[in-house]
Design a protein around this ligand. Structure first.
Ligand code: NCD
Length: 321
């Protein structure tokens, strides 16, 4: 099996063949999820803990459903952010949870790198459900599956990622994954919302949205992450919508069959016009949600196989020692 990872902390360490393995398996879960009886047994007997240090609706429910459909015992833990030193809280929580013998730990945290740190302290497989501005691997994988189904391929496409790139882990994971699969990635948005060192990312950068959307196959809109801004990033929401909001006129510059994506939650009328978001001929936003459950089932299935193999090898080793 060509999926070797022990944790899913980001798309950065994944090889193209591992990405394809995961997406192919996710396809089979899309079919399962469309049946009336949606049960698989890949996670039977395993314990999955969803540990969210940051609010989430769709990602957390998606992971919960994915685990339940594959037979895991799923527990949700929402951890309120307190003023306690974050590092300490994180490690304490990790050690407490580790003592409960979870097999899969799904973690979201506002600090970049926090999930990697936690993975070093526990004995189970860890999945990053979004850490600060760093990575959100299952989002990029579900976006990849959505694109592959809509376009029939996941290479040689022109993909415009638009808006608040600087604060977005979704943008970061997507540009890494889409680059690995040999697509042309464009970053479109105001200079104030571009990450520092953007020139080294290997993407084309556009401040002018119309030029950035020209002949694009995929238009990926991002939410303005106001909670990560400390003021001064955009002129006003009205002005922002006028220049970088996706409306029918700007979308007309992309290819006639270009698809529109958004990871949610959307600010309608700020980064995207509500009518476009709801247009089932252009928008694949609901497909992204559907693919999310399937991709998370596939990710947890693959990690659980590696975990069982590792534990099996260790147990077999014990016998001969
Ligand atoms: C994204 C996230 O949390 O990074 N949302 C999500 O996972 N559904 C994007 C966002 O919050 O804008």
């Amino acid at each position: 099996m060509s999926f070797r990872a022990r944790h899913l902390l980001g798309v950065e360490p994944l090889a193209p063949d591992e990405i394809v393995t995961l997406l192919d398996l996710a396809e089979s879960y899309v079919s399962l999820n469309r049946r009336t009886v949606k049960h698989g047994d890949a996670l039977d007997g395993l314990t999955q803990i969803n540990l969210f240090f940051e609010a989430s609706t769709r990602t957390q429910s998606s992971f919960e459903l994915a685990g339940k459909r594959l037979g895991a015992d799923v527990m949700n833990m929402a951890v309120a952010q307190s003023s306690v030193k974050k590092g300490e809280t994180l490690i304490d929580t990790a050690l407490t949870l580790n003592a409960m013998h979870p097999d899969l730990l799904v973690v979201r945290h506002p600090e970049s790198g926090a999930v990697n740190l936690l993975a070093e302290k526990v004995n189970c497989a860890v999945i990053n459900a979004g850490d600060g501005r760093h990575e959100h691997p299952t989002q990029a994988l579900l976006d990849a599956l959505t694109i592959r189904r809509a376009k029939g391929r996941l290479h040689r496409l022109t993909i415009a990622i638009c808006g608040d790139i600087a604060h977005s882990r979704v943008a970061r994971s997507n540009l890494i994954l889409l680059g690995k699969m040999e697509n042309r990635v464009r970053l479109v948005g105001p200079a104030t919302l571009m990450p520092s060192g953007v020139a080294e990312l290997g993407c084309e950068v556009f401040e002018d949205m119309r030029a950035g959307l020209d002949e694009a196959d995929v238009v990926m809109m991002l939410r303005l992450q106001k909670e990560r801004m400390d003021g001064g990033f955009i002129p006003s929401e009205r002005e922002y919508y006028h220049r970088w909001g996706l409306d029918a006129e700007k979308l007309a510059l992309a290819k006639p069959d270009a698809i529109v994506m958004h990871p949610g939650p959307m600010n309608r009328g700020v980064e995207i016009d509500g009518t476009i978001a709801d247009d089932i001929n252009r928008s694949v936003i609901q497909d992204q949600v559907e693919m999310g459950v399937a991709v998370r089932m596939a990710a947890m299935d693959l990690l659980a196989r590696n975990l069982r193999a590792e534990r099996g090898a260790r147990a077999a080793g014990d016998v001969y020692v």
